[in-house]
Design a protein around this ligand. Structure first.
Ligand SMILES: [Zn+2]
Length: 146
């Protein structure tokens, strides 16, 4: 594990350096007690961590034409749809925190993309929550008579 140590601030490889010290690249203090950057997980792991709700959704949508009971699969399908933006947001957030140097994570293009991603996730979650909010409102205050 020592071979993979990197500076948390700038990502500089600390290989061959003392266990505790100052990063030669950016001057940040490091020691084994500090949070360390980990190597990126394999691409398939990243896809599964972010994409599992879409796989579930595809399954729910896919079984209906093949004789699956539509009513039975509506609720899990909806749950997967709602889980996609929420899970995506938290997965990306935790992966960036663990695998990307703080300086690169919090500045420039990456910071812009993160803001954009957050916006998309929040809007998607709100959009998918809307039917649930409407249904809840109707259950509490009664359904409108059109
Ligand atoms: Zn550094």
């Amino acid at each position: 594990m020592t071979a993979d140590r990197r500076c948390y601030q700038c990502g500089y490889a600390l290989r061959g350096l003392a266990t505790t010290g100052r990063c030669p690249e950016c001057g940040a203090d490091y020691d084994p007690g500090n949070r360390q950057l980990e190597p990126w997980p394999p691409p398939l792991t990243v896809c599964v961590r972010i994409g599992w709700p879409l796989i579930g959704l595809a399954f729910c949508v896919g079984v209906i034409p093949f004789g699956g009971d539509g009513d039975f699969f509506i609720f899990p399908g909806y749950a997967f749809l709602l889980a996609a933006p929420i899970n995506g947001y938290f997965q990306v957030r935790s992966m960036l925190k663990r695998h990307m140097p703080e300086r690169r994570r919090t500045t420039g293009f990456v910071a812009f993309l993160r803001g954009l991603g957050t916006l998309v996730c929040v809007l998607a979650a709100l959009l998918f929550l809307l039917p649930l909010i409407l249904l809840g409102t109707c259950l509490v205050f009664g359904f409108p008579n059109f």
